[in-house]
Design a protein around this ligand. Structure first.
Ligand code: SAM
Length: 266
């Protein structure tokens, strides 16, 4: 039996909960146009999982369509706050870390797995496992739709410039792997912090520190990750990528499950 340790990043999101949609930066959420891209071709009764309870507007749009919606999130508070914000019983909300195997009852059941800039919250190992976790949820022929911001965020650029100036860049940024470690940035993080809507700066700092290591991606990184995904012989094939018109260098990647699920899982 494998004993799995808690993903410590969940504690960072436990600090934020509904503040994300109530007080966070509007541009951190998908716009109406972007939600339209996520919904394209989804019809009433389709099984859809949204990974990330913070993506409330997308969940509500799917419910309006009559889709059968499941939300998974590794943060208990995010799950609780979304449950409180939605009509009772409107969808299944389940605590689950997407970098792990899918819960048995959901494995291989979903026509669509949707997430907005979730992959940007992953380290290199989590990105691989997270995409496999999404594939694990998909029924044969189902689709992952994952938006990803390519390149650096404005705050990353400030941190890198500050770190370079102070000679501490190597403490928190691996330029080859394109991985930034917010937990290791110390004062550079404090001094580079950009506002996130009306979220209190002290809370914001704790949130960033708790988010730890995050990879930044270019298009080739994403295609390589998709090509490497493998869950019991099934894979992911990139079928489309679409620019998010209003968000700089942000794309929705659509990947279809290939292969056939073999029998029942033990
Ligand atoms: N742009 C996004 C939005 O509009 O909500 C925010 C990025 S992402 C979807 C944030 C959400 O994903 C949070 O609710 C967080 O708790 C959740 N999350 C982050 N890592 C996760 C993981 N490994 N498994 C499940 N949920 C995760």
């Amino acid at each position: 039996m494998t004993i799995q340790t808690e993903n410590t990043k969940a504690a960072a999101w436990d600090l934020i909960g509904s503040l994300f949609w109530e007080s966070g930066r509007t541009t951190a959420k998908p716009s109406d146009e972007e939600i339209g891209l996520f919904l394209d071709g989804i019809t009433a009764g389709d099984t859809c999982t949204v990974v990330g309870a913070s993506t409330k507007d997308l969940v509500e749009a799917l419910l309006d369509l009559g889709a059968e919606v499941t939300v998974v999130d590794f943060s208990q508070r995010m799950c609780d706050d979304l449950r409180a914000a939605l009509p009772e019983g409107s969808c299944r909300i389940q605590r689950h870390d997407i970098t792990r195997r899918a819960p048995l009852e959901l494995r291989g059941t979903q026509k669509f797995v949707l997430n907005d800039r979730l992959v940007n919250r992953f380290s290199e190992a989590e990105a691989r496992k997270g995409l496999e976790g999404m594939l694990d949820l998909l029924a044969d022929g189902g689709q992952v739709r994952a938006s990803i911001k390519l390149g650096l965020y404005p705050m990353d650029e400030r941190m890198i410039a500050n770190g370079r100036e102070r000679g501490t860049l190597e403490n928190f940024y691996d330029a080859d792997a394109k991985v930034i470690d917010f937990a290791a940035a110390g004062d550079v993080l404090t001094d580079s912090l950009l506002p996130h809507g009306d979220i209190d700066p002290e809370l914001l700092l704790q949130w960033y520190r708790g988010r730890g290591r995050e990879q930044r991606f270019d298009h080739e990184d994403v295609t390589a990750l998709l090509a490497a995904a493998d869950v019991e012989g099934r894979g992911l094939e990139l079928t489309r990528h679409t620019e998010f018109g209003q968000a700089p260098k942000t794309r929705m990647y659509t990947a279809t499950a290939t292969g056939v699920r073999s029998g029942r899982d033990a």
